[in-house]
Design a protein. Structure first.
Length: 430
């Protein structure tokens, strides 16, 4: 069969990615491996207790059916879904909420329709791709990025805008500020309180609307897992919040917490919700089961253990970093955070991310190399995600594997450099 010109072009694009070592592939982790990669932060997806509760809840539902039956606006809606929305909104101290099939659908749906013509969207430069997708389809006048977690740059950009746009200064046009409460690549937290202060001060007419994506903080932060906004007591200062159920809560789907007016607007204009079959009924029951477990405090002990693991891993990383500091070359192989992360996500920066990830995987630990285009050039890393189901012993064994790899790489580099010196050649094979 002849290869079409289209497939040749597609293959060429894939080949170029392969040459740059940035080709993405689907992989399956070995069954007996230790998970230091997934976003199952509370290890609920492997909880036998939660699985049994889910099956009981499913069996007790009188309106049980496999599929939802259609779009939410047609035959996919149910009393169960509406009660779930009300319960989640009340738990998170929000006026209202609207379920979406995924966090991507929620973000892209919100930002594609809520900002109106002439409005402006400011966004952190590391915001989720789903927000970028929504902004690409948005009717907003312009979308402006500010430096990651830089309140100063946001303020600078806002002041420039206010000088240029009298309608925004008067409060007759809107400004949206899109941030994540917890960023997944570095595990760092947004300065939400400072952003609220700047927006309130520079936009005193109430036309500054902060939208917080809590995808990675749901279930892990705040009282009973309510998230970072609730932990700061800033619920009434945030225009909309996104919480997802596919990470720490081991389900799927998402909810946008907002005012009732915004909810009705999304129902009428958010295309990713309007033109798709709604979440299946078994998936709604899964959301109800895991969120009920969270609401009654079932995740508190898991979170406490998780935070103890975070401190332990960081202490061990510091010891390893100090031990390897004598090897000058190793400094490019391992760069750890200066302070203990405020999240279960550790970024180990390295100029050999694939080699380090392979060494860990061969030893039975699932970690992932994160390379461009997912992160900027120079930000290559191996990301370590901790879970409530991990143990200190597993953490220590992972660190021992990293230490062994560092020693081998440093020794290899030293030997290559010495051999090159004997030949009068000053280049290394690495």
């Amino acid at each position: 069969m002849r290869t079409s010109s289209l497939e040749k072009a597609l293959q060429g694009s894939l080949a170029r990615r392969q040459e740059r070592s940035s080709l993405r592939k689907l992989t399956i982790a070995p069954r007996q491996s230790v998970d230091f990669s997934s976003n199952d932060f509370l290890s609920l997806s492997t909880s036998s207790e939660l699985k049994s509760e889910y099956l009981r809840n499913l069996a007790q539902c009188e309106e049980f059916r496999l599929g939802s039956g259609g779009s939410r606006l047609l035959d996919g809606n149910s009393i169960y879904a509406e009660e779930l929305e009300r319960d989640l909104a009340a738990f998170h101290h929000a006026p209202s909420g609207l379920l979406f099939n995924s966090g991507f659908d929620a973000n892209s749906g919100f930002f594609s329709c809520v900002p109106l013509p002439g409005d402006v969207v400011f966004h952190d430069e590391f915001i989720h791709a789903s927000v970028h997708e929504g902004m690409r389809l948005s009717r907003a006048g312009c979308c402006i990025s500010f430096k990651h977690n830089s309140v100063e740059d946001l303020q600078h950009q806002l002041l420039i805008l206010l000088k240029k746009d009298a309608l925004i200064e008067k409060g007759e046009r809107n400004v949206f500020i899109a941030i994540e409460s917890l960023y997944s690549m570095d595990g760092d937290l947004a300065p939400i309180r400072d952003i609220v202060e700047v927006v309130g001060r520079l936009l005193p007419h109430g036309n500054g609307h902060i939208v917080v994506d809590e995808a990675h903080s749901t279930g892990v932060y705040g009282p009973q897992g309510r998230g970072i906004v609730c932990s700061l007591g800033l619920e009434d200062k945030i225009f909309a919040r996104l919480h997802t159920f596919g990470k720490a809560l081991a389900s799927q789907g998402a909810i946008i917490l907002c005012s009732e007016v915004t909810r009705q607007f999304l129902i009428n204009y958010a295309r990713p919700m309007i033109y798709t079959t709604f979440i299946s009924f078994p998936a709604l029951v899964a959301i109800k089961t895991t969120t009920s477990f969270m609401m009654r405090g079932g995740t508190v002990a898991l979170s406490n253990h998780l935070w103890a693991l975070v401190e332990h891993l960081y202490d061990q990383l510091k010891i390893l970093d100090t031990t390897m500091a004598a090897h000058a070359y190793s400094r490019g192989l391992l760069r750890i955070p200066r302070e203990c992360p405020q999240s279960p996500i550790f970024s180990v920066l390295t100029n050999e991310p694939r080699a380090l990830a392979n060494a860990c995987q061969n030893a039975g630990f699932v970690v992932r190399a994160i390379v461009p285009p997912t992160v900027p050039h120079g930000g290559e890393r191996v990301r370590i995600c901790l879970h409530a189901g991990n143990t200190k012993e597993e953490s220590d064994m992972l660190l021992a594997t990293i230490g062994l790899w560092l020693s081998q790489m440093a020794t290899s580099h030293s030997g290559n450099a010495e051999d090159s010196g004997h030949r009068g050649v000053g280049t290394s094979k690495l």
